[in-house]
Design a protein around this ligand. Structure first.
Ligand code: ARG
Length: 464
């Protein structure tokens, strides 16, 4: 027997090198469960709509169950399939012939690998994206838990990586959860487009047999059907959407990783990672490296490449099925596997790290209260732009005197502007926590608004 299902009009076998390029079993064998499910529903629909006898359907259903057990066993024992077929669809059909004999030859009636492959991939995505969503929610929950427990720790907030204003550590942790919560919602938005069943679209023209595609789609757990067969076998928009989503999601992980990598360096030392999520150096015995987070940061670059690369495959393709589309699975699986690992590593790193409150607070310096000093003038009626200038003058004066803003005497301030207030009022500006507690408007860093964020996040986690 020739190796391909389609060998009828060929006299020679394809060349080995073409086979190597063309064969996709090593990649798409991951779809075996979906392929078998799809075939079961297809046979059932052929039977119910009068195109397949009860006996043949029964043999096919039983045969497919055996094929599934057999494939699972092979994966368990060898981690791969030994078939010489070109793809998972051919492998399942060929194996079915061994169990169901003649009946197996009727399974592909009215079906093409084009609609079959599109269906398998969508089914796999519907199943697998749930794991990404769960891992993302775990990460959000860990950040939220830490934020709740460590709500009062203060650290410098940075812009341009320069000390800017004091903020709560919990506010910083929560800032990352808002990116991730949007990621969860963006993934959900894709679901309704993903959940349309292409099966029954044939190679491109549709299905010539009277079948009920809605019933078929329901049986497979889809929410609806694709409404155009040429679109159904051609579209990989759901893959592009997903890969773009993975890129954005990994950019968020990269940002969080970068913050923590920096904070774990000896110069900052705000955090220390657990042994479980640190690695050493083969040469320098003292090293504790945040390799996991670095790899998560690096993965964002790779994901961007995967996403961009697959979009480039689609650009310039004509309508309906072209073999270029077979690449979709490699990009899909690569992105999925990498992101899932990164989510888990980032989650584990954060869950098990220690935060050093004293170090974080010792990195604060009075210059970070310059904005508050300006605000104290504003409260006494000075226009903000002028207040900004006056504090600038105070900073220059302090610099000349070789002191910081807090050390500079009250007289020096009054000489610059009497609105700096009495000595007591001035000294009250120099409190990290008083500074932080001013930011009470929604979204600010005060304890009260961080508590509101926590409540909101916890409620969201509970309903998701
Ligand atoms: N393995 C292919 C894929 O995943 C499906 C095969 C369609 N082949 C064909 N010659 N039309 O895209």
């Amino acid at each position: 027997a020739s190796y391909q299902l389609w060998g009828g009009c060929f006299e020679e076998e394809p060349s080995n090198v073409l086979r190597r390029l063309n064969d996709s079993l090593a990649v798409d064998c991951r779809l075996y469960e979906e392929d078998i499910r799809g075939s079961k529903s297809w046979a059932q629909e052929l039977h119910v709509s009068g195109h397949l006898s009860k006996e043949d359907n029964d043999s096919i259903q039983e045969g497919l169950c055996k094929v599934e057990i057999e494939i699972e066993e092979e994966f368990r024992r060898f981690g791969r399939l030994s078939d010489t077929e070109e793809d998972i669809h051919s492998a399942v059909e060929r194996r079915l012939q061994r169990h169901a004999g003649e009946a197996a030859l009727r399974l592909h009636t009215g079906r093409s690998r084009n609609d079959q492959s599109a269906t398998d991939t969508r089914l796999w995505m519907l199943k697998s994206t749930k794991n990404l969503q769960a891992a993302l929610i775990d990460l959000i929950a860990v950040l939220v838990q830490r934020a709740g427990k460590e709500i009062d720790i203060i650290l410098p907030g940075y812009t341009h990586l320069q000390r800017a204003q004091p903020v709560l550590w919990s506010h910083f942790l929560l800032s990352h959860t808002w990116h991730m919560r949007d990621d969860v919602e963006r993934l959900e938005d894709q679901h309704k487009r993903l959940s349309r069943c292409p099966l029954g679209s044939g190679a491109l023209a549709g299905c010539a047999l009277a079948i009920d595609r809605h019933r078929l789609a329901r049986d497979l757990g889809f929410e609806g059907v694709t409404q155009n067969s040429m679109f159904a076998v051609s579209s990989r928009d759901h893959i592009v959407e997903f890969l773009n989503w993975v890129s954005l999601c990994s950019i968020h992980l990269s940002k969080l990783a970068e913050d923590l990598i920096l904070y774990s360096s000896q110069e900052f030392a705000f955090v220390r990672f657990s042994d479980q999520f640190s690695t050493g150096s083969s040469l320098m015995p003292q090293k504790r490296n945040p390799d996991g987070l670095e790899l998560a940061r690096g993965a964002a670059g790779l994901m961007l490449g995967t996403s961009f690369g697959f979009s480039a495959v689609l650009k310039g393709l004509p309508s309906t099925y072209n073999k270029d589309l077979q690449c979709d699975k490699e990009s899909l699986f690569t992105a999925y596997d990498k992101l899932l690992d990164c989510l888990k590593v980032v989650c584990g790193s954060i869950k098990t790290m220690e935060v050093n409150k004293e170090r974080a607070e010792s990195a604060l310096e009075p210059g970070m209260l310059a904005t508050d000093l300006a605000l104290s003038l504003v409260r006494r009626g000075v226009p903000f732009r002028r207040a900004h200038h006056l504090v600038g003058a105070a900073l220059r004066r302090a610099d000349t005197l070789g002191v910081d803003l807090q050390q500079m005497s009250h007289q020096e301030y009054i000489a610059i502007c009497p609105e700096f207030g009495c000595e007591k009022e001035l000294s009250e500006v120099f409190s990290w926590s008083a500074s932080i507690q001013q930011y009470v408007a929604t979204g600010g860093t005060s304890t009260s608004s961080v508590k509101d964020q926590l409540d909101d996040m916890n409620a969201w986690i509970d309903q998701i």
